[in-house]
Design a protein around this ligand. Structure first.
Ligand code: BYC
Length: 328
């Protein structure tokens, strides 16, 4: 319902210097739920919006490797290490599919990475919080990957073909990630009193930042109306946040843990949970780069880029040799 209202209120696409018949044909294809493919004509603003969202999504996956990568050597058993290693590798893979999807729109990998490293590009606020205990790895899998799935399942039907197809595999992997996190939480929640306390503490610290992952409230989301109209986004930020709360609260109850929100209450009339207000000041501060470990995250990314320069150079030299041999 809300979605329809937003779609109606969306401003029409800028037609300034784009041929009306091309715009009309594009809009008709989107309205018919056809995928738009790289070589198809598309409005410049649609291309730009996609490059913005897909590259930010890619950056989030790659920066998202850091908080968990930090725990690979400290995971409590060989099994936990192997599983976490696989998860972190998956996140790197997601980043690659997404950078490739953005490249099909004409963005260059170098430009995108440079925008991240220079602080011009955004990435998800969630990765600017520290992972203090092993329970944080459980909470990230359960809540952060859980929120990611909620947001990404509808993106499998986003209007841009390469982005939608990348999401199919990403969602399958995220669903494994969510389960591994929940399993860690189950073991801790049913463990010693100290382990239980650790699990509760992780839930206390990750709950609100996870709700912030869905972005600003709809009334303060400058991009939602147009992205819904173009079917890049299929649900609004608030709709997905509500769905996440409704699915996750019973999971917390099953663990015997308490969601840190005194206003959380089942609303039988709406068939959904009412929940407290997100601290938007904190959200915007983290978006501005003032998150607790924002500086460390960017230093780590820049260092990895610099330290691995030789790999990129060797790969380029190898490719040049191969091409020269082929041409000879
Ligand atoms: N953090 O108009 P809005 C993962 C920005 S990784 C930072 O609502 P939009 C994982 C937004 O970009 C999963 N910035 O924007 C990885 C916009 O700024 P600009 C990451 C945020 O795009 C490793 C401004 O605020 N998922 O799961 O319509 C380990 C206004 O917002 C945030 C994705 O990237 C935020 N939380 O909607 C474990 C999903 N929220 O660009 C797990 C794909 C908003 O106008 N992205 N902003 O300057 C999306 O679905 C949408 O871009 C969003 C925002 C819902 C995030």
């Amino acid at each position: 319902m809300y979605t329809t209202e937003l779609q109606k209120s969306a401003k029409p696409v800028s037609l300034s210097n784009e041929p009306q018949e091309l715009v009309d044909a594009f809009e008709a294809r989107v309205a018919a739920d056809e995928f738009i493919e790289p070589k198809d004509w598309m409005p410049e603003a649609y291309r730009k919006t996609l490059i913005r969202q897909i590259s930010q999504h890619a950056h989030s996956e790659v920066v998202g490797m850091l908080p968990e990568g930090n725990w690979i050597t400290r995971a409590p058993s060989l099994r936990r290490k192997a599983v976490l290693l696989a998860k972190v590798q998956d996140e790197g893979g997601h980043g690659l599919y997404l950078y490739c999807a953005a490249e099909t729109l004409g963005a260059s990998r170098e430009e995108m990475i440079d925008a991240l490293h220079s602080g011009r590009a955004k990435y998800s606020t969630i990765f600017n919080y520290p992972t203090l205990t092993w329970a944080d790895i459980g909470a990230i899998g359960w809540l952060v990957d859980g929120a990611a799935i909620m947001n990404q399942v509808p993106l499998q039907r986003t209007s841009y073909g390469p982005y939608a197809r990348a999401m199919v595999r990403v969602c399958k992997e995220e669903s494994f990630h969510q389960r591994q996190g929940y399993e860690i939480m189950m073991v801790l929640a049913n463990g010693t009193p100290e382990q239980r306390e650790m699990a509760q503490d992780a839930l206390n610290r990750w709950w609100w930042p996870s709700l912030m992952m869905f972005g600003p409230s709809d009334e303060n989301s400058p991009n939602t109306a147009q992205s819904m109209r173009w079917r890049i986004k299929r649900d609004t930020n608030d709709e997905l946040r509500q769905k996440f709360v409704d699915v996750t609260v019973p999971q917390a109850e099953f663990l015997g843990l308490t969601v840190p929100d005194p206003d959380l209450k089942w609303n039988a009339e709406r068939g959904a949970y009412d929940f407290g207000a997100v601290d938007w000041e904190e959200f915007y501060a983290v978006v501005r780069g003032e998150g607790p470990v924002a500086r460390e995250r960017m230093l780590a990314r820049r260092k990895a880029w610099d330290d691995n320069r030789w790999v990129r150079e060797a790969a380029a030299a190898h490719e040049a040799k191969r091409a020269a041999k082929k041409a000879a």
